[in-house]
Design a protein around this ligand. Structure first.
Ligand SMILES: Cc1cc2nc3c(=O)[nH]c(=O)nc-3n(C[C@H](O)[C@H](O)[C@H](O)COP(=O)(O)OP(=O)(O)OC[C@H]3O[C@@H](n4cnc5c(N)ncnc54)[C@H](O)[C@@H]3O)c2cc1C
Length: 492
């Protein structure tokens, strides 16, 4: 019998020490391992690249660090709109307007070192929590064991028996035979950080979240960018008004957006690349970023042999508590059928452990998920969207308020963006929202709370927002929605 207690943590008791083996140390595996250690289990985590996973080493941390640099470059170049003038003097005392220059080698060095630091910090946290970490490539052996190839060349093997297995092996960039990355000119997003100087002309194939974020960042760093989108608008599937704002900003910034254009092949020609579109047109550039999705890292790791059901795309089928078709095997993150976000992966990892070890579990719901696209402006969303209302999937109403109407936005020189709220018809319950604007990722939080706590527009409208503030647009929107919904909560 193990009893774990601390003044700040709930105590949990088991008949005997539970053992947990976690395959993959990204956000999903990291959180599962920490939660299991917190609940008193004996935990082993197997990771082949580095704790923090792709999220920390190649995806979220480096890309958002790059975007922070791009944001700084934009802030400097737009400062003159607010009356800030930068100039140097020549020997004769004449003012010279300096140009913003990006030292990409230094930028990349910084962001890779941030990623390494973050990975080390996460590793240290796991060790402190008592998690045993094994470095090497792992695979499932039956339903209760993980085998790890360790040592030089993967010639030694460790076998870990465990009551519960959590698979969180993530995903890798999709590679097409017709556009094979060479790591120099034709690149996946994991290869971008080897560039020593800004690309003269970056062609981005794919206008989903990853493609749009990198196109936005490199444009703002000063590169010429062409974005190739097979759809009629960038960010297919996202809020249409948000995509319209973004496309306008892209075009205004000098980006060429080729919509309804499918890239058929990408070839390296000398020191450049040529992208051939399906209608025969060609686009020439210095580099090409392929952002055409990911494939789960689930092949050849013993899942099918253990009876774990996969989809045709290789994703692991999980239910809302992250359990697979095998009762003691759970899966979290991008290798599953759920939403591919770092925040979701860690929530799934935690939920899996709570379910396996008998703690209180709240099954995951898509309607609670908050997401952000780190373009400039950012696009943050939570819950239900306007398209759900339009399709009749929900009975709701939508209100959109441009940020241009907000006093603080005017003071800050913000030209683009809006707050959009979606509420349920009749009750006025806030069920979703979109914010397009600077730091939308931070501004969406009150709407996420409203969605999570099922607050009505009237309840949100009674919350004091600071004047002047961008968040004031949220209360303004809920106040406007009161008229549509005036019977609700009138005496509340
Ligand atoms: C460019 C980019 C930017 C992104 N930005 C954001 C963002 O801003 N916010 C957000 O929420 N999400 C973002 N995402 C998505 C996010 O990166 C993923 O959702 C997240 O990494 C998923 O975490 P995970 O734990 O499932 O997998 P991963 O982070 O991929 O980790 C899986 C780990 O498993 C290891 N592994 C795989 N197979 C084995 C094996 N057989 N043996 C041992 N180890 C193995 C890998 O080495 C890896 O470390 C971004 C994605 C991309 C591509």
């Amino acid at each position: 019998m193990v009893v774990m207690s601390s003044p700040s943590l709930p105590s949990v008791s088991f008949e005997r020490t539970q053992s947990v083996a976690v395959l993959g140390g990204g956000p999903g595996g990291y959180e599962a391992a920490l939660a299991a250690a917190q609940l008193g289990a004996e935990v082993t985590l197997v990771e082949r690249a580095g704790v923090g996973g792709s999220a920390v080493i190649t995806d979220v941390v480096p890309s958002k660090s790059l975007i922070a640099t791009a944001d700084a470059a934009v802030a400097i170049s737009e400062a003159s709109d607010l009356g800030v003038q930068l100039f140097a003097k020549t020997d004769s005392g004449k003012p010279l307007k300096p140009e913003v220059a990006i030292n990409l080698a230094a930028v990349n060095k910084r962001l890779l070192s941030l990623a390494r630091q973050q990975s080390d910090d996460m590793r240290a946290q796991l060790v402190e929590a008592g998690v045993r970490i094994l470095s090497g490539h792992g695979r499932i052996d039956g339903t209760h064991a993980v085998v790890v190839s360790t040592g030089p060349g993967g010639t030694d093997f460790d076998r870990i028996e465990a009551d519960t297995l959590v698979v969180s092996v993530g995903a890798s960039p999709r590679e097409l035979d017709s556009a094979k990355p060479d790591g120099e000119r034709i690149l996946t997003w994991t290869q971008l950080y080897d560039m020593k100087a800004l690309p003269a002309h970056l062609i981005v194939v794919g206008s989903g979240v990853t493609g749009a974020e990198f196109a936005s960042a490199y444009m703002n760093l000063g590169a010429k960018v062409t974005l190739i989108s097979s759809r009629d608008q960038v960010l297919p599937g996202e809020d249409r008004d948000a995509a319209t704002v973004l496309e306008k900003v892209f075009t205004r910034g000098g980006m060429t957006v080729l919509s309804k254009s499918r890239a058929e092949r990408v070839e390296r020609v000398g020191d450049g690349v040529v992208v051939t579109l399906s209608d025969g047109r060609t686009v020439e550039g210095s580099h090409c970023l392929m952002a055409v999705g990911s494939v789960p890292n689930t092949a050849g790791i013993g899942l099918e042999e253990a009876g774990v059901q996969l989809t045709d795309s290789g994703h692991i089928r999980v239910n809302r508590v992250a359990r697979t078709s095998v009762p003691n095997i759970y899966a979290a993150g991008d290798c599953t059928t759920f939403v591919p976000l770092a925040s979701v992966a860690s929530m799934q990892g935690r939920t899996a452990i709570f379910h396996a070890l008998g703690d209180t579990v709240i099954p995951l719901e898509r309607r609670r998920i908050t997401a952000n696209i780190f373009t400039a402006p950012e696009i943050a969303t939570v819950g239900r969207q306007e398209k759900d209302v339009e399709s009749g999937a929900i009975n709701g109403y939508v209100y959109k308020l441009p940020l241009a109407a907000n006093a603080r936005a005017k003071m800050m020189g913000i030209k683009d963006g809006f707050v959009k709220l979606i509420a349920r018809e009749g009750s006025g319950t806030v069920i979703g929202g979109v914010i397009v604007g600077p730091r939308a990722s931070e501004l969406i939080y009150p709407i996420a709370i409203a969605v999570e706590r099922r607050m009505t527009v009237d309840q949100v409208s009674r919350v004091f927002a600071v004047y002047p503030s961008l968040s004031g647009s949220i209360t303004d929107a809920t106040r406007a929605m009161h008229l549509v919904n005036r019977d609700d909560d009138f005496f509340g």
